[in-house]
Design a protein around this ligand. Structure first.
Ligand code: MN
Length: 268
């Protein structure tokens, strides 16, 4: 049995198929954990969703910003060209109820190596310790169960820019979701710098993981997607990026947690 975390698929089903073959995925034994952004932009989002439905029992996933977007389109009955086939599918209810229940953060413990891996789409900001991050992921998951329509309606926007435990209501849910699914650079005070797209850090903003790394012990790891321009490179051993930009013509990546071996396929 092995655990594989796969980076942003974004509707690249042919590449997912090739990768699953490469890792010799055995749904009776192995587990796949998707790091979010299963759909959108790529042309085969429907096939990716069907893959998840087919192997539900052996698949876990965290929500990415594009998955939230799909949930928004479904619940608010909006249209989108890239997601049309998914939205028009007769299985839409199945996709919806599966996606809606996904967490923002997953914890996987590997017995053999006594290592712990946390997986979230964008990462975990240093201002939250792991306990806090787990609590906030749970808070959104519970919120989505009872109040998804309103949470999704209020999800869009870059503010509040900084986390504060006193935040309430939909500002609070939006901020938590922004940290977990859209974060790249943070200010020194832990504020989100969502507009900063360039890959170079400066005095005002640094990649989130440069600060978070100080919170991790030797046998603790964070795996994240979302930041395709990094091509997975954080220069850190314990924080590993798995979005290698397949949808942008680059690669789709899986990491096997038991030995942290990487498996990659090129965009077809
Ligand atoms: Mn993303």
């Amino acid at each position: 049995m092995a655990h594989y975390v796969i980076g942003d698929v974004q509707g690249c089903y042919s590449e997912l198929q090739a990768l699953v073959k490469k890792i010799k995925f055995n749904p009776n034994k192995d587990k796949i954990i998707f790091a979010g952004d299963l759909v959108n932009r790529g042309h085969q989002s429907l096939e990716v969703m069907d893959f998840c439905m087919r192997h539900k029992g052996s698949i876990k996933a965290v929500l990415g910003n594009h998955d939230f977007y799909l949930l928004y389109l479904i619940e608010h009955q909006k249209k989108n060209k890239s997601l049309k086939k998914v939205l028009d599918s007769k299985n839409i209810q199945k996709y919806h109820s599966w996606l809606k229940k996904l967490p923002l953060l997953l914890e996987i413990k590997i017995k053999e190596t006594k290592e712990t891996f946390w997986i979230s789409h964008a990462g975990i900001p240093y201002i939250w310790d792991i306990r806090m991050a787990k609590k906030l992921s749970k808070e959104i998951q519970t919120g989505m169960k009872d109040d998804s329509f309103k949470i999704l309606e209020n999800i869009w926007g870059d503010t509040p820019k900084i986390w504060n435990s006193d935040l309430k209501g939909y500002k609070r849910s939006r901020t938590i979701i922004n940290y977990f699914t859209r974060m790249r650079f943070l200010g020194k005070d832990g504020s989100l710098k969502l507009k900063a797209k360039k890959n170079k850090a400066d005095e005002m903003h640094v990649p989130w993981f440069n600060q978070t790394i100080k919170n991790l012990k030797e046998n603790q790891y964070i795996i994240f997607g979302h930041w395709a321009a990094l091509e997975g490179k954080t220069k850190l051993t314990n924080i590993i990026g798995v979005d290698t930009g397949c949808v942008w013509g680059n690669k789709l990546t899986a990491i096997r947690l038991e030995d942290r071996k990487l498996f990659q396929v090129k965009k077809a």
